[in-house]
Design a protein around this ligand. Structure first.
Ligand SMILES: O=C(O)CCC(=O)C(=O)O
Ligand SMILES: [Fe+2]
Length: 198
């Protein structure tokens, strides 16, 4: 396999411009106007790139692909090929209702992750999603997980609570949240309960 380290680093570097712009816009809605160094560390201190490969499978219903989960990022920038297979769950539906995210040439999929849900005290909602493998086509996807630094403390932002809104989430160390998520199999949006004030 060709060594694509250089291309991957270049891709991340270019994506950083988009990531910063998106976070600026999203945080403005939370009354956070200035993203200083500390805030930047909380939002994107440990950004990472993954490569997912889903070999074709004659019986997709017998395999998991990626089980239902939400990402534990602030946001995820997802590049998918033209195979299809990514589904998002319709928020608020009691019965399971999944919407296919069709591949669009030259378009990226932007997912809200749990960290942004926690920081916004629930104003933004992380999207539950899953991947079903394809019957007759291999699939590749390349997500950039925009994650906080492991030592960042994440919680509802003071600017969001200024109106007197009650905090719904605790302040948690991001590495604790990360370890909690990876200590269990994917289970929808269960992980966020780790940070919930009950
Ligand atoms: O392959 C995809 O489209 C999404 C993968 C995914 O959800 C993940 O890696 O967290
Ligand atoms: Fe995901």
């Amino acid at each position: 396999m060709k060594n694509i380290r250089k291309e991957a680093i270049e891709y991340m570097k270019r994506a950083e411009i988009l990531i910063k712009r998106l976070l600026q816009v999203l945080l403005k809605r939370l009354n956070v106007k200035d993203i200083d160094k500390e805030m930047e560390h909380m939002l994107m201190g440990a950004t990472r790139l993954n490569f997912n490969y889903y070999p074709k499978c004659p019986n997709p219903e017998l395999t998991a692909g990626v089980g239902r989960h939400s990402d534990i990022s602030t946001i995820t920038i997802l590049l998918q090929d033209d195979s299809g297979g990514l589904y998002v769950r319709r928020e608020g539906s009691e019965a399971d209702s999944w919407i296919h995210v069709p591949p669009v040439t030259d378009a990226l999929v932007i997912n809200v992750g749990d960290v942004l849900q926690i920081m916004s005290n629930g104003l933004y909602k992380s999207v539950e999603h899953r991947v079903l493998p394809n019957k007759n086509k291999n699939r590749i996807s390349i997500p950039i997980f925009v994650n906080p630094g492991p030592d960042a403390i994440i919680g509802p932002q003071p600017q969001v609570l200024e109106t007197g809104e009650k905090p719904r989430y605790k302040q948690v160390l991001y590495s604790d949240y990360f370890n909690h998520f990876f200590s269990k199999p994917h289970d929808g949006k269960k992980a966020i309960e780790f940070a919930k004030i009950l």
